[in-house]
Design a protein around this ligand. Structure first.
Ligand code: BES
Ligand code: ZN
Length: 456
């Protein structure tokens, strides 16, 4: 029989969407200190929401950065405990001029909700909150104990979350973590993510002369830091598109033949994938398919580069400085600290004597693989199968959620990564959106998941 909680979702769906829009109106951009007040406002909004739903414990924990929201509803020690993790912070909306409508004025068009954070992660996090409401308002109880841990710094590296977890082990004790901050394999094709890549983010700056110089007066003898930086960056990949930093691949766990076979069996259309992003050719590491390369192999990408004259027209200048932001996606068992050290050594050894190097590591996160035989993953698979009418694939994704490795390392907990985003949701980009059909499928899947896992 269909649980009354699902009927409740049907009858209250419009209000759920309206509430989500209220949350999306708060520009909780964690990386920009100018928005610290808005980040705090989003935390308070969530805490108020949990209180209104009758959660037994609701607390806002201050950190040296943005606050952490904790809420719990416990039904008894005979039931398993699910720790729901999500993040209420968002990426900056830039470039603003490319949005069809303002990023913090949510708009619904053809069943799709457009706003910064609609998919990553306010919309997905809110599915768990509304699943709890539906269950509590109909059954008066829950099939599992629920604890919510919602942070406001995921998009800026979760720097204060790890110490918080270390300091609150018993508060966070649970049987499994559940996270909706990843994507479905394709529209209507459910998946559970069992692997995420790690991340290292560094900044390098080369300084040449003490000031900008006239390129006619000095050019030819003085090193141009942009040219020097370009040589360093170009040297980071070889002709096979492998990363040349010595020792970079030392701890990379090779893909097993079984895993590669499983990848081949996934319904991934390389041509359609290329067409969707407007590229006619790809550059993967030699010997790997696109899907392997974007989810299970490490990468190095320049995210931004600066120096010299960027304005209109031509200005002849030999700039004093050049810099770049570089990220590396890591796979098991690469270690962020080790990769940072090796990267720094590369830049130190290759910086020409004509320039001075400044190397800064911004943040990092470990890669993770979760145990697909965990009973909670099996319950989640069963739940998604009921909603989507087909069993989910177990997949790896290329993005990073650094806390997933911390949950394993610090609390011994595996994570159920049941995401309802789509890679086409334009997360971190203009016109981010979330289909309301997926918002509903997510709430329904979560309700079934709790039922299956709680044994109800
Ligand atoms: N939700 C994403 C991570 C993600 C995206 C996982 C797509 C799987 C598929 C998350 O909010 C995110 O963007 N994380 C950052 C991590 C970082 C800033 C430490 C990322 O992956 O760049
Ligand atoms: Zn996210």
């Amino acid at each position: 029989m269909r649980h009354q909680a699902l009927a409740y979702v049907d009858t209250h769906f419009e209000r759920f969407v309206a509430e989500l829009q209220d949350l999306l109106r708060i520009p909780s951009i964690s990386t920009d200190p100018d928005y610290a007040g808005e980040v705090r406002r989003a935390a308070a909004w969530l805490a108020d929401h949990f209180r209104a739903l009758g959660f037994q414990t609701v607390e806002i924990f201050e950190t040296e950065g943005h606050p952490i929201v904790y809420a719990a509803y416990e039904v008894g020690s005979d039931r398993p405990t699910v720790l729901v993790y999500g993040h209420y912070d968002v990426q900056p909306p830039d470039p603003l001029e490319l949005w069809t409508s303002p990023p913090f004025e949510p708009r619904i068009q053809d069943g799709v909700l457009y706003a910064r954070g609609a998919s990553d992660d306010k919309g997905q996090l809110f599915m768990h909150v509304k699943a709890a409401e539906a269950y509590l308002k109909t059954a008066g109880t829950l099939p599992v104990n629920l604890k919510f841990l919602i942070e406001g710094e995921e998009e800026s590296g979760s720097v204060h979350l790890r110490p918080f977890i270390e300091a609150h082990r018993s508060l966070l004790s649970a049987d499994v973590v559940a996270i909706s901050d990843t994507a479905l394999f394709a529209p209507g094709v459910p998946s559970i993510t069992y692997g995420l890549r790690g991340l290292v983010y560094v900044e390098v700056e080369l300084t040449g002369p003490v000031r900008d110089l006239h390129s006619g007066v000095y050019g030819g003898a003085v090193e141009n830091p942009i040219n020097a930086l370009a040589r360093l960056i170009a040297g980071l990949h070889d002709a096979q598109h492998r990363i040349t930093i010595p020792g970079f691949y030392d701890n990379v766990r090779p893909l097993t033949e079984e895993e590669r076979q499983a990848f081949r069996e996934l319904p991934f259309d390389e041509q359609a994938w290329m067409k969707a992003i407007g590229v006619s050719a790809v550059r993967t590491e030699a010997g790997y398919t696109i899907l392997e390369a974007i989810t299970a192999r490490p990468t190095l990408d320049v995210n931004g580069i600066w120096g010299g004259y960027q304005g209109k027209g031509a200005k002849t200048v030999l700039p004093a400085k050049a810099g770049a932001k570089i990220s590396m996606r890591l796979v098991p068992d690469q270690d962020p600290e080790d990769i940072i050290a090796k990267t720094q050594r590369y830049f130190e050894q290759h910086t020409p004597p004509t320039c001075q190097l400044r190397f800064t590591a911004l943040h990092g996160g470990r890669p993770v693989l979760v145990n697909t035989r965990h009973p909670a993953l099996q319950a989640a698979a069963e739940a998604m199968a009921r909603v989507f009418g087909r069993r989910p694939y177990f997949t790896r994704e290329g993005g990073s959620i650094p806390v997933v490795a911390d949950f394993k390392q610090l609390l011994g907990l595996d994570s159920v990564l049941m995401g309802f985003g789509l890679n086409s949701d334009a997360i971190h980009a203009p016109d981010e959106h979330f289909g309301l059909d997926r918002f509903r499928q997510g709430i329904e899947s979560i309700i079934y998941f709790w039922q299956c896992y709680g044994g109800a």
